[in-house]
Design a protein around this ligand. Sequence first.
Ligand SMILES: NC(=O)c1ccc[n+]([C@@H]2O[C@H](COP(=O)([O-])OP(=O)(O)OC[C@H]3O[C@@H](n4cnc5c(N)ncnc54)[C@H](O)[C@@H]3O)[C@@H](O)[C@H]2O)c1
Length: 171
Amino acid sequence: MLLSERLKGKVAVVTGTGSGIGQGCALMFARHGAQVMGCDINAAAAQATVGQARQQGISIDSCHPCDLTDAAQVEKLMGRTAERFGGIDVLVNAGAFGAFGFIEQLDHLRDWKRTLSGELDVVFLVASRRGLICASEGAARSSTSPVPTRMSRIRSPARSRIARGRAVCWQ
Ligand SMILES: NC(=O)c1ccc[n+]([C@@H]2O[C@H](COP(=O)([O-])OP(=O)(O)OC[C@H]3O[C@@H](n4cnc5c(N)ncnc54)[C@H](O)[C@@H]3O)[C@@H](O)[C@H]2O)c1
């Protein structure tokens, strides 16, 4: 159900919409009128979120399966978003993989290396691509990962446009 139109006209890319934070953000943004493009490596989970939105009388677009550690797949996600909505106002980096355990029990490749890529590449690839198609002033980006995304550290063609708007960064 549409709760308000406070995000009407805003385009949000939300990663990891198959579960958790990404799913919650995507549904909430759509409930407040945003146009949402979601994605997840888990196609069934992402599709279930699309269905959940439909059942609630709101709409979420989704690009899945999309592995955010793969630059070509990120390119496809952002290209489809640009084609569908023309630009992006909000980016939520919630899609991520992290292996948790005692360090002596972690395998270097299976756990450690995969976590580095699953937490860092997934943000870098999307955020660095996003700068090229930032839609409007007042754009915001959000990250649940430890990757620094403060405006002072962003060097993209969109930086000055973002800085002039009411940019917000969450980490
Ligand atoms: N839940 C918390 O309290 C919390 C707090 C701080 C930070 N975080 C971080 O936020 C992120 C998301 O947390 P969550 O609780 O929503 O996790 P989650 O596991 O519920 O959701 C993550 C989603 O990302 C997807 N995903 C994983 N790797 C992907 C990839 N390579 N490409 C595309 N999609 C991928 C998964 O399929 C899953 O649907 C994690 O990095 C987590 O460490 C979570």
